[in-house]
Design a protein around this ligand. Structure first.
Ligand code: ZN
Length: 273
């Protein structure tokens, strides 16, 4: 028992590349709340199918009550907001627990979410069918935009981070730049790799076809692997990307562009239904 405790304490106090032997990447998004990928090709998809509609229901109620503005509406608003928040927190706890349990002694890469709002922004305009100019999306789409509840991704990340530390793993942040547009196999980066911004990622250079959400997770995993390699060679662990220095940012992106996914030889589409 004592040795177990000392071993655990050692993991908590002095992490080393030897104690964190594997690497995984986590991508968050609106379609799947989280997708994970290891560098060995294992992946998991965590859907919010049973939870997100409930969260949207609460968001809808909340917005209606806000508009009303009476005292009893405000009182009800507090109750509804609490339910919405707890529903998301509960779901985030379950997903983070599953992810951390599935990756022992692991460096778990998370995206730096500074610009997440831009990435999860709902579409208000779309390209016209003839390709010239844009038009507003359908009223149905606009209605669903209005009622969408914003998911608490930062909370999910913080849960993963503290659970990982307690379990002897660790979470690091990687640059989120182009994680969904870069081909993990050949490195070709373009918006055209996501035809119609759909479910499929189709590389325009090497023609690899992948689930769009898996691409993000794989790219994060590759970038996390880079952090581990640096850690092994320099002895210094960089837990979050340096965003203050433009030169460091440019150098990092050059290295990212050279990352290649090598195990992926099968054209099978994991997670595509
Ligand atoms: Zn490619």
């Amino acid at each position: 028992m004592k040795t177990v405790i000392t071993a655990k304490l050692k993991l908590l106090t002095s992490p080393a590349p030897e104690t964190h032997s594997s690497v995984a990447g986590v991508d968050v998004g609106v379609r799947y709340l989280a997708v994970t990928s290891t560098t060995k090709g294992d992946c998991t998809f965590h859907t919010g199918k049973s939870i997100v509609p409930k969260a949207n229901h609460y968001a809808r109620l909340r917005k209606r009550l806000q508009k009303k503005g009476t005292r009893s509406a405000t009182r009800r608003l507090v109750v509804i907001s609490g339910r919405e928040r707890r529903l998301k927190a509960d779901c985030n706890h379950r997903i983070s627990r599953r992810i951390v349990n599935a990756h022992p002694h692991c460096i778990i890469g998370l995206e730096d979410l500074t610009h997440i709002r831009e990435r999860t922004k709902r579409r208000t305009h779309k390209r016209k069918p003839n390709g010239k100019g844009t038009e507003r999306v359908s009223s149905k789409q606009r209605k669903s935009n209005r009622h969408a509840s914003k998911w608490a991704f930062a909370e999910l990340h913080s849960y993963i981070a503290y659970k990982a530390t307690l379990a002897g793993s660790m979470a690091v942040k990687v640059d989120a730049h182009y994680t969904s547009l870069a081909c993990p196999r050949c490195g070709y980066t373009s918006g055209a790799n996501r035809p119609n911004r759909g479910l499929l990622f189709v590389c325009q250079s090497c023609h690899a076809i992948l689930h769009a959400d898996l691409v993000g997770a794989r790219n994060v995993a590759l970038r996390t692997l880079l952090i581990r390699q640096d850690w092994m060679s320099t002895g210094v662990l960089e837990v979050s990307p340096d965003v203050s220095c433009d030169e460091a940012k440019a150098a990092r992106r050059l290295r990212y562009a050279e990352l290649r996914w090598s195990i992926d030889t099968s054209p099978r589409l994991p997670g595509v239904r």
